[in-house]
Design a binder for this molecule. Structure first.
Ligand SMILES: [Zn+2]
Length: 94
């Protein structure tokens, strides 16, 4: 069982407008994003929401496949149900 853990999601994922297509574990923080464009301004975090990781896993069980992602790695997929492509990510996803 995963312990209760927080994850950052973009506004699209937060509103269930788009599925999670990009998972980042940069610097030990979980980020679950839709993969679309988001504001590039590091000072603009209005599109970021903090939610419980387990709620996201309940909504989309295919995310469990990447919950063993090492810190500073990321995983992408083209659609829900598609395979994940993992890569080490020295730069945090912005
Ligand atoms: Zn988004």
């Amino acid at each position: 069982m995963l312990r209760e853990q927080a994850a950052f999601v973009c506004d699209h994922v937060f509103r269930c407008a788009r599925p999670v297509l990009l998972v980042s574990h940069a610097r030990g923080d979980w980020q679950l994003l839709c993969g679309a464009d988001h504001p590039n301004d590091p000072d603009d975090d209005s599109w970021v929401h903090l939610v419980g990781l387990n709620h996201l896993l309940d909504r989309d069980s295919t995310l469990r496949a990447v919950m063993d992602l090492p810190i500073d790695w990321m995983a992408e997929r083209v659609s829900v149900g598609a395979g994940w492509t993992r890569s080490s990510s020295p730069d945090p996803v912005e």
